[in-house]
Design a protein around this ligand. Structure first.
Ligand SMILES: [Zn+2]
Length: 128
């Protein structure tokens, strides 16, 4: 723990830890993308990073709610997957796919409506 000897993905331990695998094609990440896309009524297709960038840039244009949410999703997913990777590598801790998915959803809720997030997760002292 703490020293990286292999560059295999710590989410699946079967592929090299490269950007495309970490954020698009890792079986764990595909499950999360599938869950997110199905919530949005879309279908996720695992593809190369470059193809994904071209597709996302052409699909997520304008100021629609779906476009805004998907841009937040992409950033939240990258952040949480990298955080999960670091937790596993440096702290020996791990979360389930469901917990990772929930962490991504929590970020989306927070960004879209901080008051909803606070009412669900912040401790408010009502005793004073
Ligand atoms: Zn993997």
């Amino acid at each position: 723990m703490g020293l990286i000897n292999e560059s295999f993905c710590v989410l699946c331990n079967s592929e090299l830890e490269i950007r495309e695998h970490m954020f698009l094609t890792c079986p764990t990440v595909v499950i999360i993308w599938d869950s997110i896309f199905s919530l949005s009524g879309l279908h996720f297709v695992a593809r190369s990073w470059e193809t994904f960038e071209v597709w996302a840039c052409s699909s997520w244009k304008g100021k629609s709610l779906l476009t805004m949410v998907m841009k937040i999703v992409l950033n939240a997913l990258i952040y949480i997957i990298w955080d999960e990777r670091n937790k596993r590598v440096f702290q020996g801790r791990s979360r389930s796919v469901e917990e990772i998915f929930k962490a991504i959803k929590d970020i989306i809720i927070f960004v879209l409506n901080p008051l909803v997030f606070c009412s669900r997760f912040c401790y408010l002292d009502n005793k004073s």
